[in-house]
Write a protein that binds this ligand. Structure first.
Ligand SMILES: Nc1ncnc2c1ncn2[C@@H]1O[C@H](COP(=O)(O)OP(=O)(O)OP(=O)(O)O)[C@@H](O)[C@H]1O
Length: 609
């Protein structure tokens, strides 16, 4: 596992300030209230432990009247009652509302960014990790960062005030403060460091356990779990992971316990016992400290200890949060190489040519999947890309859609490099059905239109579903085209077969009136007859348009104007079906090997027609 690099202190500070700015932009009120709330908390703490008790002891010594003391207490009580009301309002009403606002605004930023970064980012595991870590509970963490930051500031001020008070009573007693400082900042730091390392060492085992967890409850795996012995394999992996966690706990047990013991000893025992012993000595033996001073000193000491503990916790927490902020910041500040909102020329709606000119491309640098590829499609033609698995067919489509840019060469539309076009306008020239199709937890109509739609769109949707050969099935569903797909949000949502889902996805391409249609193995989940019918529909629909399709079933490409046969990212044969058959090359060979099946399907089609 790759280690996350350590973040420098200055960077950590800048990251915290970045969070304050971000939060300030999102909700100024939340920042102000978080600051006030923390401040009131500390004021109450310091007041009661230092000033209140000091006043009371002083008043008793001075023999002030009860009404004076009562007035003072009433005043203080009134003030803190008001802060308690404020506190309750902020905690109970304001912060939850602000939390929703922060959630809404922050996630809008995050989703916008996720939508905008190039696809390559999602294949970069470190970027993807950053994204998931940044998104996970980002709003709560952001608020926590702010509260923490105010905790550090107020903690530092409160600590200075109580130590000054201690100093006034007894200069030597202040020295005891070093014990909780050492306890928290030295042993606490060592303890947290080991804790962090232990968690990191556990992480791979925890990931395995989480994976087994997922496998146990996700429906996708339930069939295999029941029909094979993979359950026992999973159980074995799970037990191995548990053993791994035991080992790690064992390995760190002593390392963690020792600094923890020292931390607690220095933080509580030495200062509590020490100050009391010292105070008692000065009061009883030395007679240099009054009983009231001893009482005030003990009270201040307790609060000083807790203030220091909180202060140290805030600092350690802030260091921990540094990683989260770093991820959030890297993600939000990432400058896209291929921004989705890239502006440029508006393409002509009439397509005269598409050209790949000496295009090379690799998902990884220097590992080209597409190698010096050149071809030109003139006018409104139907083009088929064929070839073995992994030849690079889908990659060509991804390059054409500008989901990636070529490493070398250029792609031209109407003789202009596609990089010159406004990206949204350029992509709106295409309608596509991908082989790794995805249906959304939306209605069938919305899944076809990929937008909200109005009643006027119904005819369009119905026509598209008919062309895709799934309309009859949709009509059997309770709400027809308005039936929700999947049970994600709707218990009555329709769960269709793989082939039916694919047909709905293909209907998307039929419903879009655009000059270029792309079908990437649109029939991979269809039965042979449905596949035959679908290709008939595709060819009919693409009349007067440019159509590119990928298919492994060569019978479906026979009517294409041009067929490109690919191997290892280059075109090895090109021409019409007849020309390629006459060539007696790789295409003809592949076709003949599949031919028996086509004949069978065609005769079956004739029988069932
Ligand atoms: N996102 C990706 N990251 C890294 N490598 C990839 C990625 N997508 C595809 N590849 C690799 O690129 C090569 C070409 O893949 P591509 O999907 O273009 O092939 P294809 O001809 O469409 O194959 P198939 O017929 O199986 O769909 C494959 O070897 C694949 O492993």
């Amino acid at each position: 596992m790759k280690k996350q690099p350590e973040i420098k202190k200055t960077r950590a500070l800048k990251n915290n300030l970045y969070c304050v700015r971000l939060m300030w932009d999102i909700s100024r009120g939340a920042v102000i209230h978080a600051g006030l709330m923390t401040a009131f908390n500390y004021i109450a703490w310091v007041f009661y432990s230092a000033f209140f008790i000091k006043y009371l002891v002083g008043a008793l010594n001075r023999a002030d009247s009860f009404s004076d003391i009562f007035r003072y207490i009433l005043l203080a009580g009134g003030f803190f009652m008001a802060t308690a009301i404020y506190y309750a309002y902020v905690e109970g009403a304001y912060i939850p509302m602000a939390g929703v606002k922060v959630y809404h605004k922050l996630y809008r930023k995050l989703y916008q960014k996720a939508r905008n970064v190039e696809l390559r980012c999602f294949e970069d595991s470190s970027f993807y990790n950053k994204y998931t870590l940044a998104v996970d509970g980002a709003n709560e963490k952001l608020i926590q960062v702010i509260i923490n930051l105010f905790g550090i500031i107020c903690g530092a001020i409160a600590a200075t005030v109580v130590f000054t008070q201690m100093f006034h009573i007894d200069k030597t007693a202040v020295l005891f403060v070093f014990f909780p400082i050492i306890g928290n900042f030295v042993f606490g730091y060592i303890y947290n460091k080991y804790l962090f390392n232990r968690d990191r060492a556990m992480a791979p085992y925890k990931r395995r356990i989480e994976y087994v967890n997922r496998v146990m409850y996700l429906a996708d795996y339930s069939k295999e779990m029941r029909l094979s012995n993979v359950f026992y394999l999973m159980k074995y992996k799970y037990l191995k992971a548990i053993d791994g966690i035991f080992d790690v706990v064992d390995q760190y047990a002593f390392k963690i316990n020792l600094p923890l013991w020292f931390r607690n000893y220095f933080t509580f025992t030495i200062i509590f016992e020490g100050v009391l012993l010292y105070g008692a000595y000065r009061t009883i033996v030395g007679k240099t400290m009054s009983l009231s001073e001893l009482a005030v000193l003990s009270s201040i000491m307790v609060s000083a200890t807790w203030i220091l503990i909180r202060f140290a916790e805030n600092i350690l927490e802030s260091m921990k949060q540094g990683l989260f902020i770093e991820n959030l910041r890297t993600f939000l500040e990432y400058e896209e190489n291929l921004p989705e909102d890239y502006d440029g020329l508006t393409p002509e709606p009439e397509i005269t040519s598409i050209e790949f000119r000496n295009v090379s491309f690799g998902y990884k640098k220097e590992e080209y999947i597409i190698k010096n590829l050149s071809f030109r499609i003139e006018g409104k033609k139907s083009i088929a890309l064929v070839g073995h698995n992994g030849a690079g067919k889908t990659t060509i489509i991804k390059l054409l859609f500008r989901l990636y840019d070529p490493d070398e060469g250029e792609i031209l539309l109407n003789d202009k490099n596609i990089k010159e076009y406004n990206l949204k306008a350029y992509r709106s020239l295409f309608a596509a059905a991908f082989q790794d199709y995805k249906v959304f937890a939306l209605s069938i109509k919305e899944n076809v239109l990929m937008r909200k739609g109005t009643p006027k769109d119904d005819t369009l949707v119905i026509e598209a579903l008919k062309k895709a050969g799934v309309y009859d099935k949709v009509m059997t569903l309770p709400d027809g085209i308005n039936t929700n797909l999947t049970k994600e949000f709707d218990e009555q949502g329709a769960q269709l077969s793989g082939g039916e889902f694919q047909k709905i996805v293909v209907a998307r391409a039929f419903a879009k009136n655009v000059p270029i249609k792309v079908f990437d193995e649109p029939s991979s989940a269809l039965d042979p007859i449905a596949e035959y019918d679908l290709y008939e529909s595709i060819l009919k629909d693409s009349f007067g348009k440019t159509m590119i399709f990928i298919s492994h079933r060569l019978s479906s490409v026979r009517n294409a104007d041009m067929v490109y046969m690919l191997e290892k990212g280059t075109i090895i044969e090109q021409g019409s079906h007849i020309e390629l058959m006459d060539l007696h090359g790789a295409y003809a060979d592949m076709y003949q090997k599949q031919a028996k099946n086509y004949l069978a399907v065609e005769s079956l089609r004739e029988v069932t027609a």
